[in-house]
Design a protein around this ligand. Structure first.
Ligand SMILES: Nc1ncnc2c1ncn2[C@@H]1O[C@H](COP(=O)(O)OP(=O)(O)O)[C@@H](O)[C@H]1O
Ligand SMILES: [Mg+2]
Length: 303
């Protein structure tokens, strides 16, 4: 698509979600790479006046660097459809579906993909008695940030679960083992990364600087690697994702391929040069600049 070589691009970044800070970093980095690729780039911090700002910027294409609610759940995608501005990543339905972990898991299970057993329960009910035999995980059904994920270990006390949880929470069987993730770029799954964190049950530590490191390609058996690549591509297709997505797994290695579970599909994964997706692209010989260029060339409406 040579007409897009020097197109005017608006990078949407920031926004009001819990992942605002990460998105600001993704946005700045993507904007710099797009400028370096020769595009005419304007950066927009997506606030209440996002429609006015988009109309003023008059972009030919929107590069969506938002994460979390409003930017990753179909809301901003609906605005861009309404304005008829081609945009990157997934469309309205796939974004909304992937953000709703329970409904996404129903679609993934129907496609024959392995997901942890779980259910939605009222927060107060979850605090009164164990909704599942421990160990299990309690997490928000539709937040993109890992904040708010609680592990209830064997012998754990459900009453200690935070009061600031949403009224309804997702309760899931705890999958012990390793944390794997795979990027899909169009019709191709790129690689598997093993995210190694220092903490024991401490999932917050993973997101602090130095709290985790990435082993890429993951040092795992060939059948597990093949299963991650296969499952990520099938998940991307089952949810109707477009452009780039990233699928998170847990793998209980003692159980071989039977121990591999798909946790969620991220439709707006982190996009700094040291994020998981750009690292997997680099391993496949695709530079950060080539990756953002590909996203722009792949952009459309009615996705
Ligand atoms: N069922 C589970 N078993 C074990 N760990 C889990 C489970 N669900 C979530 N986690 C842990 O919490 C992290 C965040 O959960 P995830 O479902 O990916 O939501 P998000 O990344 O949107 O917050 C995972 O990367 C994993 O470390
Ligand atoms: Mg995740």
């Amino acid at each position: 698509m040579s007409s897009r070589t020097s197109a005017r691009i608006a990078v949407l970044k920031g926004g009001p979600s819990a992942e605002r800070e990460v998105s600001l970093v993704s946005g700045v980095e993507c904007a710099a790479a797009l400028r370096n690729e020769g595009f005419d780039v304007v950066e927009i911090d997506a606030g209440p006046e996002v429609v006015r700002d988009l109309k003023a910027a008059r972009p030919e294409i929107v590069f969506n660097a938002l994460h979390g609610r409003w930017g990753e759940d179909g809301c901003v995608q609906g605005i861009l459809e309404w304005l008829r501005i081609p945009y990157t990543h997934s469309g309205v339905l796939a974004s909304a579906l992937a953000m709703d972990k329970t409904r996404a898991k129903q679609v993934l299970a129907a496609a024959g993909l392995p997901v942890p057993k779980g259910k939605l329960v009222g927060r107060d009910e979850a605090r009164t008695a164990h909704p599942l035999p421990p160990p299990y995980v309690i997490k928000p059904n539709n937040e993109g940030s890992s904040v708010g994920v609680y592990i209830v270990p064997d012998g754990g006390d459900p009453a200690r679960i935070a009061e600031d949880m949403s009224e309804v929470v997702l309760v899931e069987e705890y999958i012990s083992g390793r944390e794997l993730t795979t990027t899909v770029m169009g019709d191709r799954a790129l690689a598997v990364t093993d995210i190694v964190s220092d903490g024991w049950y401490d999932y917050h530590a993973k997101y602090a600087p130095g709290g985790s490191h990435h082993v890429i390609p993951a040092q795992i058996p060939a059948d597990i690697e093949a299963a991650c690549l296969d499952h990520a591509l099938r998940a991307h297709r089952a949810l109707g994702c477009r452009g780039v997505s990233r699928t998170d797994f847990r793998w209980d290695e003692a159980r071989g391929v039977e121990g591999l579970y798909l946790l969620e599909v991220n439709t707006q994964p982190g996009m700094t040069p040291t994020s998981l997706v750009p690292e997997q692209a680099a391993l496949s010989g695709i530079s950060f600049g080539a990756l953002v260029r590909w996203m722009v060339e792949d952009a459309s409406c009615s996705r």
